[in-house]
Design a protein around this ligand. Structure first.
Ligand code: B12
Ligand code: SF4
Ligand code: SF4
Length: 447
């Protein structure tokens, strides 16, 4: 990607016309002002180099259903060799990196709209808020020509839970801020492109783009039946993000082939039956969404929540390619800031400001710590020792909280743990939602 001196550059361009081997370079870098992400100006997007030659998104069938296939790349004459950019990404720490064309993800847009209409997205916003935007890279960067998509490994060895206190587990992707590491690596790629005269915007885990589809188109992985994207030989423990650029980089030539075969372990192991078809997650049942959703936790899924406080890894834990990858030890070293377990008694005794300071990088609805207390009380009901006086005291204290939603979840925990004095007191609670807890079926832990 280094700029050539004009005579050599013209010479290479002449040669390429015949052999179609090397990328055509611009005569000098384009110095354009970097534009912030946002809607395109009136008048539509700029032309995308190479776009006309690309075939539209195809849907091909396999025995599990239709999976969107990466578009077939056009002949390389107008496109730049992506290898130097990919190399920058790898050196910046990305575990895998590839290039996708920047055409709108039309099939994904339809899927988002259909799943939203069917209620599968629950009240999630994210990419569902504006599917036309989240499936069109051109809405992030006018004239987008390519996506440099990166995957970053976050699997680390499992530490033991803390001894002597009830603890709740955190899903691996949230042990530390791996998205910050991912964005930093993608930013190095973006800077490289900008230094070459192109525009580049980093998007990772934002509402602007459906990250898995970008990675699928970039030839980084296949869609598992869990709907997670799996990297060949390395599994699914990866976060994903992209650099949207107007550099016309040559995209991946083929998607990664399905590696699930006849396996259905993730579907069978999901504690709430949330994977309703291969590749289709019903967020109304997915624990990973329920712990992030506002309002009360649905009664039907409180016991299934088990000892989780944030996220759910079950569909990845059972996945054979992840086990194979572990044997190859693609894990990264444990980090000093990792937080795989949360001490439930400590959380329930912590003030709001400290809770937000500690867990604020998690997606907590409206950044309101009441939802962390809600999750903690359900987990405590599922794993706390009713004979431990510290557990009984924590539940009783929560049953006197100012917030009726916290009190309601404390009553549920008390019923589950058989803390009858807390349950009896709830019948005099002024809030109907707390009294209503007394009428819902709960399986006592001792049963
Ligand atoms: C909304 C969201 C969620 C929601 C909904 C998840 C979902 N499956 O849609 C909730 C809160 C439940 C969630 C949970 C998790 N998430 Co999430 N989430 C997102 C977010 C913000 C948008 C995803 C989205 O647009 N989904 C829309 C639907 C339509 O996409 P989809 O389910 O992938 O659908 C595709 C497949 O069905 C496929 N397809 C179509 N036909 C067929 C047919 C077959 C047979 C198959 C197999 C596939 C297939 O095409 C569809 C469209 O591309 C992205 C970040 C982003 N900006 O993209 C992260 C993201 C998807 N999440 C991520 C992670 C890590 C998780 C969790 C593992 C976290 C955890 N441990 O708790 C779980 C995994 C749960 C699961 N089984 O999916 C990573 C995924 C990394 C990876 N390797 O796949 C992402 C990409 C974040 C990131 N930038 O790294 N998430
Ligand atoms: S994250 Fe958990 S609840 Fe959601 S689909 Fe996977 S196993 Fe099921
Ligand atoms: S558990 Fe099996 S079906 Fe599910 S994603 Fe992994 S390999 Fe595919």
């Amino acid at each position: 990607m280094r700029r050539l001196h004009p005579p050599a550059h013209l010479h290479v361009r002449r040669l390429r016309r015949h052999v179609h081997l090397l990328p055509v370079r611009r005569r000098g870098p384009r110095r354009r002002r970097h534009r912030a992400p946002g809607p395109p100006p009136a008048g539509g997007r700029g032309a995308r180099p190479g776009a006309a030659a690309r075939s539209p998104l195809r849907l091909t069938s396999c025995d599990h259903g239709s999976v969107p296939q990466a578009p077939v790349a056009p002949p390389p004459h107008d496109l730049l060799d992506p290898e130097p950019v990919l190399d920058v990404g790898r050196r910046a720490g990305l575990s895998a990196v590839g290039v996708a064309p920047a055409e709108p993800f039309d099939a994904t847009r339809r899927i988002l709209e259909e799943r939203r209409a069917a209620g599968l997205s629950s009240d999630m916003q994210f990419t569902y808020r504006n599917p036309a935007r989240s499936t069109d890279p051109g809405r992030t960067l006018e004239g987008a020509a390519a996506l440099v998509v990166g995957a970053l490994a976050y699997r680390r060895p499992d530490p033991e839970p803390p001894a002597g206190t009830p603890a709740a587990r955190v899903a691996r992707y949230a042990w530390t801020d791996d998205y910050a590491r991912l964005r930093a690596a993608l930013e190095v790629v973006a800077e490289h492109l900008r230094a070459e005269g192109w525009r580049a915007v980093v998007v990772a885990d934002q509402n602007a783009l459906v990250d898995r589809e970008a990675a699928h188109r970039a030839g980084i992985g296949w869609y598992g039946k869990s709907s997670n994207l799996l990297l060949p030989g390395a599994g699914s423990w990866f976060v994903l993000g992209s650099v949207v650029t107007d550099a016309p980089l040559r995209p991946a030539e083929a998607p990664v082939a399905d590696g699930c075969g006849s396996c259905t372990r993730c579907i069978d192991a999901c504690p709430t039956g949330a994977i309703v078809a291969p590749g289709v997650v019903d967020a109304r049942r997915c624990l990973a969404w329920l712990v992030q959703s506002p309002g009360a936790l649905p009664h039907d899924h409180r016991e299934a929540l088990g000892d989780r406080i944030y996220g759910c890894d079950d569909c990845q834990e059972v996945c054979p390619p992840n086990h194979r990858a572990d044997r190859l030890d693609v894990r990264r070293a444990p980090g000093s800031g990792d937080e795989p377990w949360v001490d439930l008694l400590e959380l329930l005794a912590t003030d709001d400001a400290t809770l937000l300071a500690r867990h604020g990088r998690w997606y907590v609805p409206r950044r309101d710590p009441r939802y962390l207390r809600r999750n903690a009380l359900v987990a405590l009901g599922n794993v706390g020792d009713p004979a431990d006086p510290r557990v009984a005291q924590a539940v009783e204290d929560a049953a006197h909280h100012d917030d009726p939603m916290v009190r309601a979840h404390a009553v549920w925990a008390a019923r589950r743990l058989g803390l009858h004095h807390v349950v009896r007191a709830a019948s005099a609670d002024p809030a109907p939602e707390v009294r209503d807890e007394l009428t819902v079926p709960v399986t006592p832990r001792s049963a």
